[in-house]
Design a protein around this ligand. Structure first.
Ligand code: ATP
Length: 253
C-alpha cells in the first residue's frame, strides 16, 4: 500500500451535533486509487465522517466541526473553495439509489449542464459514463425512459454513472449495496473494483464480506473514534485491538 500516496485525509477531526460529540479526534488517510472501507457498529460515526468530505454538514445549523480535511494538499473547508467545487472533485453515492424523476439520459445530462459542460460534448460523456458504470448495454436503447422504472441495482449503477460523468477524483459511497439483492450487489462490487483504476474510493459498509472482497484498506470505528486502520487482510485476520477482533468476528455490532 505504500506505493499509493494519500489522496484524501482528515486530521484531528472533532464533530458535535449540538452537545453530542460524534467524531472524536479522528485522523484517517485514504490512499489514491485504492478502496478503503469504513466499518463499525451502527451509530459509530461512519456516515458522519464520510459526509464531512463533501461538506454535507454545511447546512446543519447544529453541526460544529474542528480539524482539517485535505484533498491532496487542499483544505476542503478553505474559504477559497466552494461547496460546488468540492463536490465536483469529491462525488457521493448514497445508500438508496436516488435518480431524479427524469429520463435516464437527463439524469446524467443535468449534472453536466449545471457544471457548464458544452452541449456538444455531453452525448459522448453520457455514453462513456454509462459504459464505465456497466449499464450501457442494458439501457442504450431506452435512454428516454424514466430512470425510476429501472431496477434498484440499475438505478444504483445509473447514480454511479451520474457521479463518474463529472470526473471526480474521489467517490464516497455510503452503504451503496444495502438496498440491493446479492446479484446486484456483486455487480456493483465488480464495478467499484474496476473504478479504482481511475478514482479513490471510500465505502461505508456493514457487510464484513463485502469489505474483505473489495477493500484494500479498512478502518474500524467505535463510538466516534478510530480504533484500528490497516490493510484489509491484516485487519480481519490479525487485528491488533481486541475490540476490532470482537467486531470482525461478529461478537457485537
Ligand atoms: N444531523 C444529525 N443531528 C444530530 N445527530 C446526528 C445527526 N446525524 C447523525 N447523528 C448522530 O451521530 C451519531 C453517528 O451517526 P452516523 O450516521 O454517522 O453513524 P453510522 O456509523 O454511519 O451509523 P449507521 O451504520 O447506522 O448508518 C449517531 O448517534 C447519530 O444519531
Amino acid at each position: 500500500m505504500t506505493d499509493h500516496p494519500t489522496k484524501l485525509s482528515a486530521h484531528s477531526v472533532n464533530l458535535w451535533f449540538g452537545n453530542k460529540h460524534v467524531l472524536k479526534d479522528v485522523s484517517v488517510t485514504f490512499p489514491r486509487n485504492q478502496i478503503t472501507a469504513l466499518i463499525g457498529p451502527s451509530g459509530c460515526g461512519k456516515s458522519t465522517l464520510l459526509r464531512c468530505f463533501n461538506r454535507m454538514h454545511d447546512l446543519s445549523p447544529d453541526a460544529r466541526i474542528t480539524g482539517e480535511f485535505l484533498l491532496d494538499n487542499q483544505n476542503l473547508y478553505d474559504h477559497g473553495i466552494s461547496v460546488t467545487q468540492v463536490r465536483r472533485r469529491v462525488g457521493m453515492v448514497f445508500q438508496r439509489a436516488n435518480p431524479f424523476p427524469k429520463s435516464i439520459y437527463e439524469n446524467i445530462n443535468y449534472g453536466l449542464k449545471i457544471n457548464h459542460i458544452p452541449k456538444t460534448e455531453r452525448q459522448g460523456i453520457i455514453e462513456n459514463a454509462l459504459k464505465e458504470s456497466y449499464i450501457w448495454d442494458e439501457v442504450k436503447d431506452e435512454l428516454q425512459k424514466p430512470a425510476t422504472r429501472l431496477s434498484g441495482g440499475q438505478q444504483q449503477r445509473l447514480c454511479i454513472a451520474r457521479t463518474v460523468a463529472l470526473r471526480p477524483e474521489v467517490i464516497l459511497m455510503d452503504e451503496p449495496c444495502s438496498a440491493l439483492d446479492p446479484l446486484s450487489t456483486l455487480k456493483i462490487e465488480e464495478l467499484i473494483v474496476k473504478l479504482k483504476k481511475d478514482y479513490t474510493i471510500v465505502i461505508v459498509t456493514h457487510n464484513m464480506q463485502q469489505a474483505q472482497r473489495i477493500a484494500d484498506k479498512t478502518i474500524f470505528m467505535y463510538l466516534g473514534e478510530v480504533v484500528e486502520a490497516g490493510d484489509t487482510k491484516a485487519l480481519f485476520e490479525h487485528p491488533q485491538q481486541e475490540m476490532t477482533a470482537n467486531y470482525v468476528r461478529g461478537r457485537f455490532g
